[in-house]
Ligand binder design. Structure first.
Ligand code: HPA
Ligand code: ZN
Length: 318
């Protein structure tokens, strides 16, 4: 019997380079942590939560994402969250994971930097034999740059546990140029750099991420296709682009999965990988993203293997 597409995808060694740990919080764990920490949830049940996950754009999702994160309070909570993700990633054939976390989301609720870092580390150690993992500190771009700089100060004692900085949250109206100093400072501290750009924002934001922030990888980047000069730059430099198909479908960045530009990006010779972004909210982990995009867009197994190879080659090392 021919091997099914799911088995083929699981067997491909791959890196996941675009996943937000807060976006891996499944409703079941959210309810368990809400009970443990006596936090009220706006949902009556797990099913009710899942039904509320209907998004019209990035902002409608971020509102729900940040609300869910309120149940995360203790070191054990962050460890349980990270363990659940790494277990799931290992089952999908992920051998390397570079995982975003949003310190400002937790600091603003009174959770100490040391609390989430200790929770992440214990889970990362527990799964080190299965998934080699690293953390990327993301700045929330809807907050002022001074806040990002203060976050870097708080990160200083934890630098041995942080690989890179990134930029996430609401994109339009918050261009990368607003975070030049924070990225320059991060680079001077020995951190690598990536940035979300070209998800809802225009190609100009991708240029800025490259030229003003020194971003070594572009997260999403799908709107780059609107600018042929930018496509040429990304192709010539083989800049890694972390594409998240189910996220793009759910946040209506693309009208439907079968119209996703991933095949065009591959044909153009861009260095693209497939990633899950916020799998608990978008209906699939990285393996599901590979399988669903392959089925919707008739990608060949050779193309899927190319994407998996791209992902491993695009991992950052320090
Ligand atoms: N874009 C911006 N910020 C985010 C995302 C995203 O896709 N997911 C979680 N935070
Ligand atoms: Zn993202």
């Amino acid at each position: 019997m021919p091997e099914g597409i799911g088995d083929f995808v699981r067997a491909l060694p791959k890196a996941e380079l675009h996943v937000h740990i807060e976006g891996t919080l499944e409703p079941e764990l959210m309810f368990a942590l809400a009970a443990r920490n006596q936090v009220e949830l706006p949902y009556a049940s797990v099913g009710d939560a899942r039904r509320a996950y209907e998004f019209s754009d990035l902002q409608s999702f971020l509102d729900i994402l940040y609300q869910g994160a309120a149940v995360l309070q203790t070191e054990e909570d962050f460890s349980d969250l990270m363990s659940a993700y790494l277990r799931r990633a290992a089952a999908d054939g992920v051998t390397r994971a570079e995982i975003f976390f949003d310190p400002q989301t937790h600091l603003s609720r009174g959770v100490a930097f040391a609390t989430f870092m200790a929770g992440f580390l214990s889970a990362q150690r527990k799964f080190a034999g299965e998934v080699d993992s690293a953390l990327i500190l993301c700045f929330l771009r809807h907050l002022p740059e001074e806040d990002a700089l203060r976050t870097l100060d708080l990160a200083e004692p934890h630098l041995d546990q942080i690989l890179a900085v990134g930029l996430d949250s609401s994109e339009v109206g918050f261009p990368p140029e607003m975070f030049k100093s924070a990225f320059a400072r991060a680079r001077s501290m020995g951190l690598r750099t990536v940035a979300h750009a070209g998800e809802e924002g225009p190609p100009e934001y991708v240029w800025q991420a490259l030229d003003l922030l020194g971003a070594e990888r572009i997260d999403h980047g799908v709107r780059s296709l609107e600018d042929p000069d930018l496509v040429k730059r990304l192709r010539d430099e083989q800049t890694p682009i972390t594409v998240c198909p189910l996220s793009n479908e759910r946040l209506q960045v693309v009208p439907s999965l079968d119209r996703h530009p991933l095949p065009r990006m591959l044909e153009l010779g861009l260095n693209v990988s497939i990633n899950s972004d916020d799998p608990a909210y978008f209906g699939g982990y990285v393996g599901d993203n590979y399988v669903q995009v392959a089925e919707a867009l008739k990608l060949s197994r050779d193309q899927l293997a190319t994407v998996a190879r791209n992902s491993l080659a695009s991992a950052l090392t320090r």
